[in-house]
Design a protein around this ligand. Structure first.
Ligand SMILES: [Zn+2]
Length: 111
């Protein structure tokens, strides 16, 4: 039997690459504004995708999902939702160089 390499390549594309591209795009549709952040990556994997982005280094870290903010400035970033204990400690947390920041730090979702 003769195998046509071009046919094999197309079949490979349809079987492997195309579904991952479609799942990639569906994940975008399900996570508006999340770009390729952690929220998008989790959704992509949840629906059966690989969570990878074409045209970027495969091991690139996702964008931070949460940020610790004081006065509109990002002090720290988190790749996952911070632990409940972090939220519990928040009212007493402050930036060492800015003691007046005590009780004014906020954790916001950024992706
Ligand atoms: Zn994308």
């Amino acid at each position: 039997m003769i195998h046509d390499n071009a046919f094999v390549d197309v079949a490979l594309f349809l079987a492997i690459l195309l579904p991952s591209v479609i799942l990639h795009e569906i994940a975008h549709a399900l996570t508006p504004g999340a770009k390729h952040g952690y929220t998008w990556k989790l959704k992509c994997i949840e629906i059966g995708g690989d969570g990878n982005t074409l045209g970027q280094e495969p091991n690139r870290r996702p964008e931070p999902a949460y940020a610790l903010v004081y006065n509109g400035e990002v002090c720290k970033t988190y790749y996952r939702r911070p632990a409940k204990s972090t939220y519990a400690k928040l009212p007493g947390m402050y930036i060492s160089s800015q003691p007046e920041s005590r009780g004014r730090l906020q954790i916001i979702k950024v992706a």
